[in-house]
Unconditional design. Sequence first.
Length: 256
Amino acid sequence: MEAVFDPSIAARYKSRPQLARVISEAWLASNGYCLACTSDKLRQSKANTKCMDFICSHCNHGYELKTFLRRPLKALPDGAYAAMMSRIDEGTAPSLLLLERTANWHIKSLTAIPSMFLTPIVIEKRNPLGPSAARAGWIGCNIRLDRIGLDGQISIIDQGEFVPKKQVREQFKKFLPLAKKKPEERGWTALTLMVLRGLGKPSFSLPDIYEKEQTFMEAYPENRHVRDKIRQQLQVLRDMKIIRFEGRGNYSFLIP
Ligand SMILES: [Zn+2]
């Protein structure tokens, strides 16, 4: 596998965004692999659409490729808000592949955001396009990467180097149980995990988490039982073998 693009294939394209797109699609078609199963091939699901969509022929897991010179860390502009929300609801949202390249077509990084981490609190509704826009009234969305913890950002290529495939798939698999949960529940679990990671220590206590209560209240302003919900999510994370209960309201991480 090569962490370098082949710009020669796009000699006939003039516009830079189109060029970047064609080159990245070709690269993923020959170097991409499925994170959800053992298939080493992804195929393009439809040609000439606005989205760079890929699919695994073996397990049907979907991917959406996005290419950047510098990948955003906070908000990633995506397509229509309503369409994304219904894909999340139906459990058909794709995993995102964020490809960061250098100006001379080397790949700096490739990061996967597993579909399990796309939850309602991560999808931000943008303001409708103004009356002078070609698509006046259209409402797009941002994917708030800062609301997805590092557990939900899997490195496939890091600083130009491939991370071992086995390690990448194991990380993806760890969070696969989330796929069976309703989007709102998955959102709670992912947020709890992000908050716990944010504590920055290998073990923690219930009061440590309660101190971050505000974060949960901001994400779920309707919920009146935030602490109950947090404790429930600790059980979910325990069942997923991500944390361990040490007794007396103490917990520790089972995965680094
Ligand atoms: Zn697959």
